[in-house]
Write a protein that binds this ligand. Structure first.
Ligand code: ASP
Length: 336
């Protein structure tokens, strides 16, 4: 081989395009779902919504758009669907409000955007994107975030838009248990998580991650969970992308999303090993539960969880969506 050919070859091998894997999108609609929670109609609706979100995100990837766009597109579909605890259908706070959190991270640039405690933003993930793209900040909360939303022409809705009867009844149950003095009884209800998230790898080999949630039923005092916290519920860099769902306090305490990425980056663990170490070992050891979706820069995916189910799915270059809900459902993943 001549020196020139060797140089050309090494340039090709180190360019992002040459090292890019096929585009892939992985999503979740929350851990904690149990068979008894869903009627056949609700289960079918959840599977349809997951497929729709995958197809929407895949359209962006297939058009050569960045991973960030695929993540945002998929999450927007799940926020609009009342099945999940994000956007319409979000859980209620102790005071009977819907307070929404979301975050987004671009692995290529390490730019990130997040919002917490908003109650009039129809799609919080779009506002997180605007924070990232059009402000010098990473996180905005409450009324300030909504004022910024108005300047960005982000759709604002009446707070009643988010209400569903099912979530309202979940709050009533938690309040009755509170009134009966059952210590931590609300946690039983709160276990039905339902946060949504997405991670994607685009044709340029870049990764992105995003997460959106209503938080936990019966939350009080402006409680904010892991979902809008970069490093806890969401993280992406050049090595990996992660979105979590579960009992947020434990994800914050373990910096769960970042820990998974750090294991992949520094310990050279694969998505499966890194995901299991955090989701199936560290978090349960502290008393927490939940799951995550994990994607590597070479297109390997993992969907670890320690609950009876997690709404989840993925779509690759062929555009065929694959979805699963319960723990005993096989879901062969790319790279596994
Ligand atoms: N992680 C979310 C929170 O604690 C809840 C969820 O995943 O559904 O706010």
């Amino acid at each position: 081989m001549t020196r020139r050919t060797a140089l050309l070859l090494s340039l090709c091998l180190s360019s992002p395009l040459a090292s890019a894997a096929e585009p892939v999108l992985v999503i979740h609609g929350g851990a904690g779902v149990e068979r008894g929670d869903l009627s056949p109609t609700e289960e079918a609706a959840a599977r349809t919504a997951l497929r729709q979100a995958l197809v929407k995100g895949h359209q962006a990837l297939a058009a050569g758009r960045p991973a960030l766009e695929a993540v945002t597109a998929a999450i927007t579909v799940l926020e609009d669907d009342p099945t999940f605890n994000a956007g319409k259908g979000a859980v209620f706070t102790h005071d009977g409000r819907n307070e929404l959190d979301a975050s987004l991270m671009d692995g290529a640039t390490l730019k990130a955007g997040a919002v917490a405690g908003v109650h009039r933003v129809r799609n919080p993930i779009l506002l997180a994107n605007a924070v990232m793209q059009h402000s010098p900040h990473v996180m905005m909360v409450g009324e300030g975030a909504e004022t910024f939303a108005a300047t960005q022409h982000i759709a604002l809705v009446d707070p009643s838009y988010f209400r569903t009867e099912k979530r309202w009844q979940q709050l009533q149950k938690a309040l009755r248990e509170d009134a009966a003095g059952q210590a931590h009884a609300d946690l039983e209800t709160a276990r039905h998580f339902g946060t949504v998230g997405a991670v994607a790898l685009d044709a340029q080999g870049s990764l992105a991650a995003g997460t959106s949630t209503g938080g936990m039923t019966n939350k009080r005092y402006g409680r904010v969970g892991d979902s809008p916290i970069i490093g806890a519920g969401t993280y992406a860099n050049a090595t990996c992308a992660v979105s979590g769902t579960g009992w947020g306090e434990f994800y914050i305490r373990t910096a769960a999303a970042h820990d998974i990425c750090a294991r992949m980056q520094y310990l050279k663990q694969g998505p499966d090993e890194a995901g299991r170490a955090v989701i199936n070992e560290r978090i349960p050891a502290l008393g927490g539960d939940g799951g995550a979706i994990v994607l590597s820069a070479d297109g390997r995916a993992a969907t670890p969880f320690n609950t009876q189910g997690m709404y989840r799915g993925w779509i690759g270059a062929d555009g065929v969506p694959h979805v699963a809900i319960f723990a005993d459902e096989p879901l062969p993943l790319p790279g596994q």
